[in-house]
Design a protein around this ligand. Structure first.
Ligand SMILES: [Zn+2]
Length: 71
């Protein structure tokens, strides 16, 4: 099982941990890093169940390289 590097996303208003984003999208880096890997960042939109605040956060990051996907 690959390790996933998942960030916790807390509401900026009240600090409630919001586990699931209601919407996600990927942002692919336009240039590879020194090891010729492309970083893919998955962003999410979160909605706080306590106060209703909507905010953006990083869901996870992945690096795509010649050796496959590194999470
Ligand atoms: Zn909140």
């Amino acid at each position: 099982m690959p390790k996933s590097r998942t960030k916790q996303n807390n509401c900026p208003e009240c600090g409630t941990l919001v586990k699931e984003p209601y919407k996600t999208w990927e942002l692919v880096a336009p240039f590879p890093d020194k090891k010729m890997r492309i970083t893919v960042t998955i962003f999410g939109m979160f909605e706080c169940p306590s106060c209703g605040k909507k905010f953006r956060g990083v869901v996870s990051k992945a690096k795509l390289g010649s050796e496959g996907i590194e999470l």
